[in-house]
Design a protein around this ligand. Structure first.
Ligand code: SF4
Ligand code: SF4
Length: 389
């Protein structure tokens, strides 16, 4: 059993860590010390590219290389769960790895673990209260300005959602996910932040580093709750605005009228992991005769064709596990609010199955694990249908 399955016993407490130059610097110093003390062998962490206009996931073993890393990067060019999947999909390997990721990335990693696309045996998952991420296009326009805007948006007690991606503004799952250790940075006071162990694996790291977790978390929890309530309100308003864009075929056709079928939204999505996708396969391409017949029947046929089939197919494939990370919207070249749409649909699907992606590593994926009685229900439905014919 993976250690993240075990909840820490008793009332949750955290360790108080004093902030040096910045929150990022403090987290990096913690990682340096943990590497020195051999708590893990390498860290998977975002590092700013030499050109300064983006970030890459780098697996760092040499602690001196951490100087260019930024655990709370202002943008998400690649979803962390995708990076972790590339690293561990074929097995756990010999190295013990610490991956520091946003809560939505951790949730996606848990979903990919359930889908056997990630191996967490030798992985320590670190997370932090996430202030959101900037839209990629805004950042690329002026990276230095982007860095400043992002860093000032979460310094101190009041967080500024305004410059963040739309899905980040409404994200009510921005704090402590199913990780091993969590940095509580929300409302940090007197230059301190919290380090909260969230599993036996996390507790073992703190023990090895000689850090005691004795601090009561009630102030921080209160602050998290306050921000969550605000975000829940924004989410409700956003879903209210998105609803007319997706309900009914005519609305869907209008919403995706500008879609150029580039499939960027699919390529960047951590949950779309299939090696061979139907929509990119030869099976989804038809002969000229077939297209002509369809054009004849409808009076005309749009190219690229089957846009709604692609969008609804993707929705049905991954809406149980969509973690509302916003990668798809960032990657859309024609500014369709894909992530807000998928988040809205996913919310409905997930509520119907009483399922929350990434909430609990032991919670089975509803469409992956069947119960015998559910098959019986389907048998009865088919029987009813046949008898009505
Ligand atoms: S559909 Fe979009 S928001 Fe949902 S998990 Fe995939 S990339 Fe993230
Ligand atoms: S990224 Fe945008 S344009 Fe490309 S397939 Fe997805 S919705 Fe369509």
């Amino acid at each position: 059993m993976n250690a993240v399955e075990k909840e820490s016993s008793g009332v949750k407490k955290g360790a108080m860590i004093s902030v040096d130059e910045s929150i990022q610097e403090t987290i990096l110093n913690f990682f340096k010390e943990a590497l020195e003390k051999k708590c893990f062998d390498a860290a998977l962490i975002p590092v700013r590219v030499p050109a300064g206009d983006s970030y890459s996931w780098i697996l760092i073993q040499d602690k001196s290389l951490l100087k260019d890393a930024n655990p709370i990067s202002p943008i998400m060019p690649v979803q962390g769960a995708k990076a972790l999947s590339s690293l561990t999909r074929k097995g756990k390997g010999d190295l013990k790895i610490a991956a520091i990721m946003r809560p939505c990335e951790i949730r996606a990693a848990i979903e990919l673990f359930k889908l056997e696309q990630i191996n967490l045996d030798n992985v320590f998952l670190f997370s932090f209260d996430c202030p959101g991420a900037l839209p990629l296009l805004d950042y690329i326009e002026d990276p230095e300005k982007g860095e400043k805007i992002f860093n000032s948006s979460y310094a101190g007690n009041i967080w500024n959602d305004e410059p963040m991606k739309p899905v980040c503004k409404m994200c009510d799952n921005f704090s402590i996910p199913n990780c091993d250790l969590h940095f509580g940075i929300l409302g940090f006071k007197e230059n301190n932040l919290l380090l909260i162990p969230n599993s036996t694996k996390g507790e073992s790291i703190l023990k090895k580093m000689g850090i005691a977790s004795e601090k009561n978390l009630s102030d921080w929890e209160k602050k998290v709750d306050e921000v969550r309530k605000k975000k829940e309100k924004i989410k409700k308003e956003t879903y209210h605005n998105i609803q007319p864009m997706v309900e009914g075929l005519d609305s869907l056709l209008k919403t995706f009228a500008n879609c150029i079928a580039c499939h960027n939204c699919m390529s960047v999505c951590p949950i779309c992991y299939c090696r061979q996708c139907y929509f990119d396969s030869e099976v989804s391409k038809f002969t000229s005769e077939n297209y002509l017949l369809r054009a004849e029947k409808r009076g005309g046929l749009r190219f690229p064709s089957d846009i709604i089939l692609f969008q609804s197919g993707r929705m049905s494939h991954m809406s149980l596990s969509c973690v509302s990370c916003g990668m798809c919207e960032d990657a859309c070249p024609v500014s369709i609010p894909v992530a807000q749409i998928f988040s809205y649909v996913a919310d409905k699907t997930q509520k119907a199955f009483e399922y929350q992606p990434g909430r609990n590593i032991g919670e089975p994926l509803p469409l992956k694990d069947y119960k015998e009685e559910e098959l019986q229900e389907i048998k009865e439905l088919v029987k009813d249908f046949v008898s009505q014919e």
